[in-house]
Ligand binder design. Structure first.
Ligand code: GLC
Length: 616
């Protein structure tokens, strides 16, 4: 994984104090002249320092755990509920936590390891029988219980409060790289699993603490990105570090997931007071303003660099990748529901509405392919310099690769949204997450959404195979792999991001299936995963064309694999909760569209035009 921001800060030693102190914000908010808060862990006893003396030159917040640790970053949000001083006292249960080579590793208990062996015996004993007859309920229960135990063991605490889950928690891994960090996108399935179990505290804490990280003073090569950008991950550190040193790479999908999770928290817990808080409202607006700011772009979609999403390494997805557009659309729909409307917010809400309708028209019309559309592209005229061009993006027909012509089903009931689109460039690869989120958020039309699921069903072996689900299809091979990935040894054909299979996608697939009234498809995929995940020790991803092997460099005990599995199961058991997490088609939204380009030129939008659009 590449796009993580590692915060490196001063060390703290046990016993430590975590103090959250108010001080003036560096860049005043447009909304309120509120104050930001500062948190730090101070070793009062050992250093004999004044606990209230701010030792750093810059505004910083340190994440500290009940382990000797800290994360440093600047704070720029109001955090009323966090403003009280708190003390991290030594918790006897912490003795279970091993700080090995400066890494936080919570061991699996001996009891668990014994159970693992027992499970493996059973599995090795007769894997075929289990497969054929399906897993017995007792086994299912055991697997689920282990998943819960592992998920709880991955929880990271800050001042005795749970604040997130680390990306992977393999006790035998001596080089976890940055997988011991709390990744925002990885935490989403953990959050949903906890929420659906009625445990909202960890999610609330996560939302508030990450909010504090939103506008810290960050620079890359002397450049400070826009206010509102949030980091991709944070880490609780254990080892002493040099003063004020940190290293960062920015990842724009962070704020989008944060907003989506905030909405989910309200929907599932019924606690809407969190999203109504001034600091939280400001956080939403800052992200929205950042994403909606004018740039040099011609399209309503969000322009991002390669590796800006779940695929966080070079994979040729710079530009307007579908995944980011689907998350952007979902985050804007969430914001629109959550922003308190008043004089200062009504313009922003209007801008959000306009952008939402523009994005959906743009994606529905230009990203959609089925056999008919591919044939149309294959016969495109090029260099049509006029407003009524059919080939608006000047796509050269030779881009339609032979694999696609073979692969696309005959039936017009199957289709999908392509991975990326910009002038003279259409990336025809199937990217699973973007397609699933388009279904979940109603970015696609109802017919398109059904057709995506039809395609997955029709292409089950390619997209699900031995382990749900392929991150993208097909893999880049030979010179394409060489040039596009930069010869990335982790992204070799049919491995990792390059056509690997990621069990975490199971929960999003389940949600999409439930939305479209097809839970049986999800059940089939969950059953398939259930047969292997525990025996394989919950891998991050699987390799080969049909997902047969545990990934070459795959982490084990990967938290979002565990949480994704649990969330998928809980969604299937709680259709009502599932329905609170997706979005239905919104005709009013479509109606707000100002105009849409059609073959016959510009056509003004009306409810009738909106309705006809949804029938595509
Ligand atoms: C990998 C994934 C990324 C994930 C990270 C942590 O790099 O590509 O999406 O957030 O691992 O699990």
């Amino acid at each position: 994984m590449m796009n993580a921001i590692a915060f490196l800060g001063n060390s703290t030693m046990r016993p430590s104090k975590c103090l959250l102190r108010a001080f003036t914000r560096l860049s005043p908010s447009r909304d309120t002249a509120f104050q930001s808060h500062h948190s730090r862990c101070i070793n009062q006893n050992i250093n004999n320092q004044d606990p209230y003396r701010i030792t750093k030159l810059r505004n910083v917040v340190q994440f500290c755990t009940n382990r000797p640790s800290s994360v440093t970053t600047q704070v720029a949000s109001e955090a009323r509920n966090l403003s009280a001083s708190r003390t991290c006292t030594k918790d006897p249960t912490l003795d279970k936590i091993i700080a090995k080579n400066g890494l936080n590793v919570k061991p699996l208990t001996v009891e668990r390891l014994e159970e693992d062996e027992k499970d493996e015996e059973v599995v090795n004993g007769d894997v075929r029988n289990i497969d054929k007859d399906g897993l017995e309920n007792v086994r299912r229960k055991e697997i689920e219980e282990e998943a819960w135990r592992l998920l709880r063991q991955s929880v990271v605490t800050y001042c005795d409060s749970p604040v997130g889950t680390m990306a992977a928690n393999d006790p035998t891994d001596t080089a976890p790289l940055n997988y011991d960090q709390v990744f925002v996108r990885d935490f989403v399935p953990s959050a949903l699993a906890f929420l659906m179990k009625g445990e909202g505290e960890i999610v609330r804490n996560f939302l508030l603490y990450t909010l504090q990280l939103q506008s810290w003073e960050k620079t890359v090569d002397c450049y400070s990105p826009g206010q509102g950008l949030m980091p991709a991950s944070f880490k609780v550190r254990t080892s002493p570090l040099e003063e004020d040193k940190f290293e960062e790479v920015l990842d724009p999908d962070f704020g989008l997931w944060w907003i989506i999770l905030l909405r989910a928290y309200g929907k599932i817990t019924g606690d809407y007071s969190l999203q109504e808080r001034v600091d939280v409202q400001t956080g939403i607006k800052m992200i929205a303003n950042l994403c909606l700011a004018d740039g040099f772009d011609m399209f309503p979609t969000l322009l991002v660099t390669d590796g800006s999403c779940m695929i966080d390494r070079r994979m040729g997805i710079h530009g307007h990748p579908l995944e980011i557009q689907a998350l952007f659309y979902s985050a804007l729909r969430s914001s629109r529901e959550m922003i308190t409307i008043n004089d200062s917010s009504k313009n922003l809400v209007r801008t959000i509405n306009n952008r939402l309708s523009a994005i959906s028209f743009h994606i529905r019309e230009n990203y959609w392919v089925d056999k008919g559309k591919i044939n149309e592209i294959y016969r495109y005229k090029t260099e049509e310099y006029s407003t009524d061009a059919t080939n608006k993006f000047n796509i050269y027909p030779d881009q339609v690769s032979p694999w696609l012509m073979d692969w696309i089903p005959e039936s017009h009931r199957c289709g999908f949204l392509v991975g990326n689109l910009q002038p003279a460039h259409m990336d025809f690869r199937f990217f699973t997450l973007g397609n699933l989120w388009s279904i979940i958020s109603s970015l696609g039309t109802p017919r398109q959404n059904q057709a995506i699921l039809n395609l997955i069903e029709e292409k089950w072996d390619d997209l699900i195979g031995h382990m749900p689900l392929k991150i993208c299809f097909p893999a880049l091979e030979s010179s394409e792999w060489h040039i596009i990935t930069g010869s990335d040894p982790k992204n070799t054909p049919w491995s990792y991001h390059n056509g690997g299979s990621w069990p975490t996608l199971l929960w999003q697939f389940t949600l999409a299936c439930m939305k479209m009234g097809r839970p049986e498809l999800a059940e089939k995929a969950v059953t398939l995963a259930e047969k292997r995940l525990q025996a394989d020790r919950w891998p991050e991803y699987y390799d080969t064309r049909y997902g047969k092997f545990i990934g070459k460099k795959s982490r084990l005990y990967q938290t979002w694999t565990i949480a994704g599995f649990l969330t998928a199961k809980q969604l299937l058991q709680n259709p009502e909760m599932a329905s609170s997490l997706f979005w239905e088609e919104d005709l009013e939204l479509l109606e707000t569209c100002v105009c849409v380009l059609t073959k016959s030129g510009r056509k003004s939008c009306s409810r009738a035009a909106a309705k006809s659009q949804i029938l595509i």
